[in-house]
Design a protein around this ligand. Structure first.
Ligand code: AMP
Length: 174
């Protein structure tokens, strides 16, 4: 097992990516280390175990890399929240402003059945716009997340302010 400090130390800061002024938190060195990746999945799963979640919703694209193994580890179903135009069936959509740019995410309108409980996972909580859009999609499907879990939180961007009413768990804060 890797410690959270070791995982934190493996995250690479990339200045001015994808646009000038953004300090991008690159998690690929974490993913490339079997011990760090596996431990990250364990730590994320620990935040969800006991919440009663029946499904994990992951946000494309880096969220998928974390959410799918957590779903597998906990024996839960996986629900993709994808960028516009990627899902084949009938969808519900939500648009939001990113730390850089703007985007729309979608979910299949029948993704969540009555009584199912969803935990949301993404890699980074920055401004919270993405996660807030994902929460909106879940609510359009009749659910509210039992918890939203992130590997990293960029506290200076105050993303929690966009997620009032949602329980938030993060592993590493900057
Ligand atoms: P936000 O909607 O501002 O909370 O942005 C969160 C989403 O954008 C996540 O899916 C991240 O993958 C990505 N993201 C935003 N800012 C950063 C950053 N500084 N470093 C890495 N990823 C980021």
């Amino acid at each position: 097992m890797s410690s959270l400090n070791a995982i934190r130390a493996a995250i690479r800061d990339v200045q001015d990516f994808p646009t000038s002024g953004i300090l991008f938190k690159d998690i690929t060195p974490v993913l490339a280390s079997a011990a760090h990746y596996r431990s990250t999945i364990h730590f994320l799963a620990d935040k969800i175990a006991g919440t009663g979640a029946t499904h994990i919703a992951g946000i494309e694209a880096r969220g998928f890399i974390l959410a799918a193994p957590v779903a597998y580890k906990l024996g839960l179903g996986f629900i993709p929240i994808r960028k516009q135009g990627k899902l084949p069936w009938k969808t519900k959509a939500a648009s939001y402003a990113l730390e850089y740019g703007e985007a729309t995410v979608e979910i299949h309108e029948d993704a969540i059945a009555t009584g199912q409980k969803v935990a949301l996972i993404d890699d980074v909580l920055a401004t919270g716009g993405t996660a807030a859009a994902a929460v909106k999609l879940l609510s359009l499907c009749g659910a509210s997340p039992v918890v939203a879990v992130f590997l990293l939180e960029l506290t200076s961007l105050a993303g929690r302010g966009n997620l009032v009413g949602t329980r938030i768990e993060t592993l590493i804060s900057y």
